[in-house]
Design a protein around this ligand. Sequence first.
Ligand code: ATR
Length: 284
Amino acid sequence: MANSFPLDNTVENFAVFGNPVKHSRSPSIHNLFAKQFAIQLHYDAIDVQPEQFEKTVKAFAVAGGKGLNITVPHKELAFKLCDILTPLAKTCHSVNTIWFDDELNIYGDTTDGEGLVRDLQNNHEIKLVNKRILILGAGGTVPPVLLSLLQQKPESITIVNRTLAKAEVLVERYKGYGTLMACGYDQLEQQYFEIIINATSASLQGDVPPLSADIVRHSECCYDLMYSKEATPFLKWADNNGSSLCIDGLGMLVEQAACGFNIWHGKMPETSSVISAIKANNSL
Ligand code: ATR
């Protein structure tokens, strides 16, 4: 098994597992973080099929790998595989950061929500306390984001989804953590939110969730958890319809990576220079 990972034994080895993962910025981000502390490491992006996920994580650990980032579509599989979970990962059913002990026990945490909150608050100076927040979508990306946002004591969070039942399940599961509501897109009339977060996968099909232009005009910020070289379809649409601030998920990506780096190395990297470097050089 160890042969599947010809790791560089002169340094510590890390990787991101996803499918697809070819365009991942994580190797560049972690190499930039490592430079800040003169840490030598090797970081790979490895495409793993869901059926191979468990075997591949274990093979990486056996070969001496130190830590993994987990991205789409493996975060729930990672949650199921971990022997020891942080309370947050356990509550969210989602793991994006893995590490091992000497007995090769697998540890898991999720830093996605903290990454979003750090990006909003530290990089964009957006206060979350007492805000009305709208989350679009109710898929697997939502629970970590929801929990971390609720920790900042917003007035309320509304989850809107095409399939209302999925939003209702999330509200039922997490209602003990704050003021949560579920609704369908046709129930948003006359409702206004300071912060609108797109957590749908609509952009992957070039689509935009069916929101009214009125709702974005009254918002303080529209945020897309996704990022791409061009503005995402949602942010393009929000900008065209009068949103005062449009933010994509690149900052969140760097911030969640910084939290993961801190778990592995016990050092919190500086992020703003890394966000600028990644933005400036799309091929990094
Ligand atoms: P995952 O769990 O991996 O995040 P998912 O369960 O497919 O993926 O979730 C994708 C989310 O994007 C869902 O909330 C989906 O809405 P439905 O639950 O109603 O399917 C949402 N979504 C996808 N395409 C959309 C579109 N064109 N407009 C609005 N919402 C969309």
